[in-house]
Design a protein around this ligand. Structure first.
Ligand code: ADP
Ligand code: MG
Length: 729
């Protein structure tokens, strides 16, 4: 029987193997070749224009029109030499994806005549007709429009035949409509705050940059099989599918040799990434079958984030050439590992020091401790905000699902550093420190680097872990734009650092010595943030109980996690530092609720369609075969003997009926609940309804579908099964 599943398999079997020609040049020869980076600009700009653009990149100064014209012309000529015919402002609307609108370089200048033109004003600012991007009510389509503005700190690049210019996206009324704008503000804030703190330790620090090294996990699925799964096509995840006999229990995929087809894909997408200056260096298999990971060398946060968005795009494009589809969804397959995007984060100085790397002497270690402890305190005070920053309908499937960091935010620092902080907490008594106590403290602070060498027991279950020279935020979803998590993280750390400096300075003013003032303030922070530190198994049920006792939040779903955006403390925090205004926060909250509702609504529809149009008909068809068989046996053997002979078939028939009826009932209830939810006006209430009344039925419906899958004749089953999606190489 040729159902869509068997057709898909025919296609897979007829595949011509893809072979990627290895580029005959070394990576160093073509790395960044398709980007208009500073060195390139030096070659083609006047010294004046180069200085101006360099200062814009390094110090955030503005570029005047005359020089912008020169830069635009040079950029255009370079892009045309790379084969570009069009240009676009490339931006990050709150849909989560990136957006572009292509315009041609050519301009008609009379009958039958045209020239290629691109001027400074087109480089600096544009007005995309982007009225249908989410704006949370900020930008009424009829009143104000949005515009995009060049971000010179992120190099323009050519992809295919288009010059892409990284930009921010802002409403004419001034509000940010994207993820990049608040990120840039948060980075400015944290970098200034960190620089001020560095002055306690080293006056040569004039510049601090926050750094991000993401790790991108993903699945590869054959295109033909993907196309035969409407749920993958529409939602990015398999809403049905019985767990395969073999999942990931043997751990034989993890770090195993990468299958040939996947390697060919990786080689090509790495090549494309390198042309774009994305420093991808690592690739390996992940825990689940057909799951992989890639990671770059870390970069300054804004660039790293642009590169991650670009990489996700490149991956999808290249995968199609190899007859693969990339699944970036956080939990495409129930029962096996999902995908995350670990955000490794730290800060570095112009003097070449990583502020989260223990140094060689007590003084640099004091600096390390200061940033280390302040970060922990920031997480402690703002755990709910951090949780909200990673909330999405798709990440809800993964957080706390036994292999991913739980929805409870906690910080892992390792036994050695825990002991260090505990000692520090106890060692400083009220009043002045004795010289002996001071020496002892300095000695123990001086010991940190050696201690860290032994600190190899990295706890993979923690959502926020210190890994020797950086923190690793592991709860970020694989589909996410890191900018959101990074905006929150950098803002809360900046806020904490500013607070810290205020307190230390005030103690110094009152006559306290600098070192002692710092240590005492750190001691306070260690005490106050103790409950966020957790070294145990974050996946265990005991942790859920323990966390509750400690008073830590466990916000299991997106609508509840997002509530923190309407809290007064949140508004004050982002408002006071000029990162997001009240209007922007309300808009973001609204948009995220809306995104959540739409995602769950689509999943619910797909579940309904697949149930009624694919699974129930297949089950009934098979039941008919069984009925025919029973009738046949009874007519050949006589009613009594025939019935006895058909015992198994009759049980199957009954069982199928039971699942078919229950499944159909549940689907009808779900459709009913969806209709009710759709009538709710208030987005927050609507999202709660979708979460509690609609989504809550997904697993129950799935239960019956998956039972039917293992009962119905394999030949008749209409959808590629998980074992096929996961083990077809
Ligand atoms: P893992 O064991 O989690 O794979 P790795 O040591 O391989 O950890 O590093 C993972 C990521 O951390 C890489 O992307 C790397 O660039 C990044 N990373 C390393 N140092 C820093 C830093 N100082 N700031 C930000 N990211 C960093
Ligand atoms: Mg990692």
């Amino acid at each position: 029987m040729a159902n869509s599943r068997s057709k898909a398999f025919d296609e897979v079997l007829n595949r011509v193997p893809q072979h990627m020609k290895t580029p005959d040049r070394r990576v160093s020869e073509y790395f960044g070749e398709n980007t208009f980076h500073l060195d390139k600009m030096r070659e083609c700009l006047t010294e004046d224009a180069y200085k101006i653009v360099r200062s814009a990149v390094e110090n955030g100064t503005t570029v005047d029109r005359t020089h912008a014209d020169q830069i635009a012309t040079a950029m255009k000529d370079w892009a045309i030499s790379k084969g570009a015919t069009h240009y676009t402002h490339w931006f990050q609307p709150l849909t989560g994806a990136t957006a572009e609108k292509h315009d041609g370089f050519f301009k008609p200048i009379g009958p039958g005549k045209a020239i290629e033109r691109f001027e400074g004003d087109l480089l600096i600012q544009q007005e995309p007709d982007a009225s249908s991007f989410p704006n949370g009510g900020i930008r009424n389509t009829f009143e104000a429009r949005g515009y995009t503005a060049w971000d010179p700190t992120s190099p323009a690049f050519v992809i295919g035949q288009t010059l892409c210019i990284p930009t921010v996206f802002i409403a004419y009324t001034g509000e940010a409509l994207d993820y990049k704008m608040p990120l840039l503000k948060a980075l400015d804030l944290v970098e200034d705050a960190a620089k001020d703190i560095c002055q306690y330790f080293d006056k040569n620090v004039t510049n601090v940059g926050a750094t991000l090294g993401w790790e991108q996990e993903y699945f590869l699925v054959d295109t033909a099989l993907y196309n035969a799964r409407p749920d993958l096509v529409m939602t990015g995840r398999a809403v049905f599918g019985h767990a395969p006999a073999k999942g990931q229990q043997l751990d034989d995929h993890y770090f195993g040799s990468i299958p040939e087809r996947a390697t060919a894909f990786m080689r090509e997408f790495e090549y494309e990434s390198h042309l774009l200056g994305i420093p991808v260096t690592t690739r390996h298999n992940e825990v689940a079958p057909n799951q992989f990971e890639c990671a770059p060398m870390f970069e300054e946060v804004n660039i790293a984030n642009d590169h991650n968005l670009l990489l996700m795009d490149v991956m999808e494009k290249v995968a199609r050439k190899h007859n693969f589809r990339v699944l970036l969804h956080e939990k495409p397959f129930a029962g096996i590992n999902g995908s995350g995007k670990h955000n490794n984060w730290s800060m570095g100085t112009n003097t070449g020091v990583n502020l989260l790397q223990p140094g060689k002497n007590p003084k640099s270690n004091m600096q390390f401790l200061t940033f280390f402890v302040n970060t922990i305190k920031a997480i402690h005070d703002n755990a709910d905000l951090l949780r909200a920053a990673i909330a999405s309908a798709s990440n809800d499937h993964r957080l706390g699902a036994n292999e991913a960091p739980p929805a409870i935010i906690s910080v892992f620092i390792g036994t050695q550093l825990s002991k260090m902080l505990d000692d520090l907490e106890k060692s400083i008594k009220a009043g002045k420190m004795t010289p002996e106590a001071k020496t002892e403290l300095k000695l123990s602070i001086g010991k940190i680097p050696q201690l860290l060498l032994d600190n190899t027991d990295r706890n993979r279950t923690s959502p926020f872990a210190f890994t020797g020279n950086k923190f690793e935020f592991r709860a970020v979803g694989s589909t996410a734009n890191c900018a959101h998590a990074m905006t929150v993280l950098n803002t809360i750390v900046a806020n904490q650092l500013i607070d810290f400096k205020k307190n230390v300075d005030s103690q110094i003013k009152q006559g306290e010595k600098k070192d002692e003032a710092i240590l005492k303030e750190l001691q306070v922070l260690i005490k106050e943030s103790k409950k966020i530190r957790f070294e145990g198994n974050g996946y265990g049920d005991e942790w859920v109980k323990e966390a509750e006792k400690r008073g830590l939040s466990n916000l299991k779903d997106t609508p509840r996690a997002l509530d923190v955006w309407s809290k007064k403390e949140t508004k004050n925090l982002f408002n006071n530092h000029g990162i997001l205004s009240n209007v922007e926060m309300e808009a973001r909250h609204e948009i995220e609720l809306e995104n959540y509702i739409l995602k769950i609504q689509i999943e619910a529809r797909v579940i309904g369609d697949l149930s009624k149009n694919h699974i129930l008909p297949a089950a009934i068809e098979y039941q008919n075969v069984l009925i025919e068989n029973v009738e046949g046996l009874m007519s050949v053997l006589g009613a009594k003997e025939g019935k006895a002979a058909a015992k198994t078939q009759i049980n199957f028939i009954k069982s199928i009926s039971k699942h078919v009826n229950e499944m159909n009932d549940k689907v009808n209830i779900m459709i009913d609940e969806r209709k009710k939810a759709n009538n709710i006006e208030d987005s927050r209430k609507k999202a709660y309804a979708y979460c509690d009344k609609v989504k809550s039925l997904f697993d129950e419906i799935r239960y019956h579908a998956d039972k039917l899958e293992i009962m119905v004749d394999d030949e008749m089953w209409p959808l590629p099964k998980l074992r096929e999606l996961l083990f077809t190489k």
